[in-house]
Design a protein around this ligand. Structure first.
Ligand code: IPE
Ligand code: MG
Length: 225
């Protein structure tokens, strides 16, 4: 979800007003994901590096996250959406932490869409914390993923199929680095406040047109020897 600040600045408005519009877009995109049969959606809301931003913007974002969780909880229950907040929990405001826990508890029965919101998240920190937790035990890919999911509170996580980044930048910015090993990357110049259900469907369509070989060769090529 990138581009809120630039979108607002380009309109002569404070960056925070871009975040307010961006939060509304989250609702419509989550709804479209439900309807498009997407089983899991992870939104990058706040990275561990976003603490570097001005205090006023950070505290406004924390209040906005809490307001979003409070306003969406019931709708998520009705629509079978299970919410999880992934990332560290020891640095976010206590009120937000409590609301996040309530949202997770309230929506835990949801099976239609796994909605993960990455808050104070860093993929590299998650890997280091998982390795620390292993404490020298032998690791497999599966056991390492389980440890990472423990430290980020993510629950069972599959590999990412499609990563969409809005806002014109073409980088991963420490998001789900392990899970994106074979993700299809999709970059769009559309700023998050203008990202629409049609944009989401365009990305999904493009994803289906990609040839995913996971290091192998196309079946027809393999058959031809
Ligand atoms: C939203 O966009 C992402 C959040 C951290 C909430 P940005 O705030 O990164 O907007 P730009 O990149 O400055 O335009
Ligand atoms: Mg940005």
């Amino acid at each position: 979800m990138d581009g809120n600040g630039r979108w607002a600045t380009a309109r002569g408005r404070p960056r925070t007003s871009g975040h307010v519009v961006g939060a509304r877009v989250v609702r419509t995109i989550v709804e479209s994901a439900e309807n498009a049969g997407i089983g899991a959606l992870t939104l990058y809301a706040f990275s561990a590096d976003n603490w570097k931003r001005p205090t006023r913007e950070v505290s406004m974002l924390m209040r906005l996250f809490r307001r979003y969780l409070l306003s969406e909880m019931d709708r998520c229950v009705q629509n079978g959406v299970r919410m999880r907040i992934i990332g560290r929990r020891d640095r976010i405001p206590a009120e937000l932490r409590r609301t996040a826990e309530t949202a997770e508890e309230t929506t835990r029965g949801g099976t239609r869409l796994d909605l993960r919101i990455a808050l104070d998240y860093s993929a590299r920190d998650a890997m280091v914390m998982a390795a620390e937790r292993a404490g020298g035990r032998a690791l497999t890919r599966d056991s390492f993923v389980r440890l990472m999911n423990e430290v980020t509170h993510a629950g069972p996580v599959r590999d990412v199929d499609l990563l969409i980044r809005t806002g014109g930048e073409q980088r991963l910015s420490d998001f789900l680095l392990w899970e994106c090993a074979y993700a299809e990357l999709y970059f769009t110049d559309v700023m998050w406040p203008e990202f629409s259900p049609a944009d989401l469907l365009a990305a999904v369509r493009e994803f289906h047109a990609r040839d995913r070989r996971y290091g192998g060769v196309q079946e027809s090529v393999a058959a031809a020897g």
